[in-house]
Ligand binder design. Structure first.
Ligand SMILES: NC(=O)c1ccc[n+]([C@@H]2O[C@H](COP(=O)([O-])OP(=O)(O)OC[C@H]3O[C@@H](n4cnc5c(N)ncnc54)[C@H](OP(=O)(O)O)[C@@H]3O)[C@@H](O)[C@H]2O)c1
Length: 297
């Protein structure tokens, strides 16, 4: 698969890695409710192998997906990892037996989280670890994250983490973290219908820092919009492909990690990397956010 098909490349600053903009998010591999095991473990491994074969070199995961299960599947499918593959994981949450998502942000929990990820992924050091703030589940909430970022910076000095990113954070929290250590990426909720981070994306683009939207397709309930469907119909593409192509056009620092447990959806999503959107179509798609904020998405 050519470079252009995967949306070109963008670098994580201060790292050796310039990855293809079309990556893969592994959360869906854990199974329903992100609680393992999946119904089809062989199918999950097939998705990962197909992604790598297609040229994907950026996988997003966490040991709290499953819990442990997603990382174990990644290890089983891909270890020893191909040269150049960047695995980004995250810390800050835990999954108790009631399957809820709870904060795990003490020094002890963050340190244990690093060791859990190292063990389940079969690594000596983690490429990039995002500190996932748990202020609110799907949206950031102001409040200091300095203590937790400082713990990650300590773990980085110990050689267990190579680089640090952030997730579910505000612009003020990004600035606070940058005063402690270099931040190589930011992963927040963003898509065609959820545009709260427009200013943050532009600011990070000026600084050469990747912005990695989670829920790029709308998450557990994929995006539905008559405008999206109409544009897709005109292009002979699917609505999900147009949603991904719109993100690639939105800003050059956007790296995609669409999640899927299906090989056919993976192929469809990767093919979105070559979908060109005219200025007219982009303007039409930009209208979706206005409509959805009025409740007509
Ligand atoms: N930092 C955070 O707090 C955070 C939070 C959530 C997610 N994430 C990361 O972001 C990644 C992406 O988010 P996500 O997986 O939750 O949401 P997403 O990528 O927006 O959407 C995934 C959903 O869309 C479906 N889907 C995928 N491709 C499709 C296609 N071509 N046609 C129709 N349906 C399709 C998937 O079902 P199928 O499996 O049936 O394809 C799944 O239900 C995750 O994998 C995870 O790595 C991070």
């Amino acid at each position: 698969m050519s470079e252009a098909r995967l949306g070109g490349r963008f670098a994580f600053p201060g790292t050796p890695w310039t990855v293809r903009r079309m990556g893969y998010g592994a959360m869906q591999l854990a199974g329903p409710g992100v609680w393992g095991p999946p119904r089809d473990p062989d199918g999950a491994m097939a998705v990962l192998r197909e992604a790598i074969e297609a040229g994907v070199d950026h996988i997003d995961t966490s040991d709290f997906y499953g819990p442990h299960v997603t990382n174990q599947i990644i290890r089983k499918a891909l270890h020893p990892y191909p040269a150049g593959l960047v695995i980004v994981t995250k810390l800050g949450a835990r999954r108790p037996p009631d399957k809820s998502w709870q904060p795990a942000i003490s020094r002890k929990e963050l340190t244990a989280g690093v060791h859990d990820n190292l063990r389940s992924l079969g690594l000596d050091a983690l490429d990039i670890v995002n500190y996932r703030a748990m202020g609110s589940v799907h949206g950031p909430k102001e409040g200091s994250i300095a203590e937790q970022v400082a713990v990650l910076a300590d773990l980085q000095r110990q050689g267990l983490i190579r680089h640090i990113g952030l997730s579910n954070v505000t612009a003020a929290q990004v600035a606070e973290a940058q005063a402690i250590t270099a931040i190589v990426c930011v992963q927040n909720h963003y898509n065609l219908a959820c545009r709260h981070d427009d200013a943050l994306i532009d600011d990070l683009a000026r600084k050469g820092i990747p912005y990695v939207p989670f829920f790029p397709l709308g998450g557990f309930t994929p995006l539905q919009s008559s405008t999206l469907s109409k544009v897709a119909g005109r292009l002979g593409a699917t609505p999900m492909q147009v949603a991904l192509a719109w993100l690639l056009h939105r800003s050059p620092n956007i790296l995609l990690i669409p999640g899927t447990s299906s090989v056919s959806h993976l192929r469809e999503n990767l093919a979105a990397g070559q979908l060109a959107l005219s200025l007219e179509l982009l303007a039409e798609l930009d209208g979706i956010v206005a409509a959805s904020s009025e409740g007509h998405g």
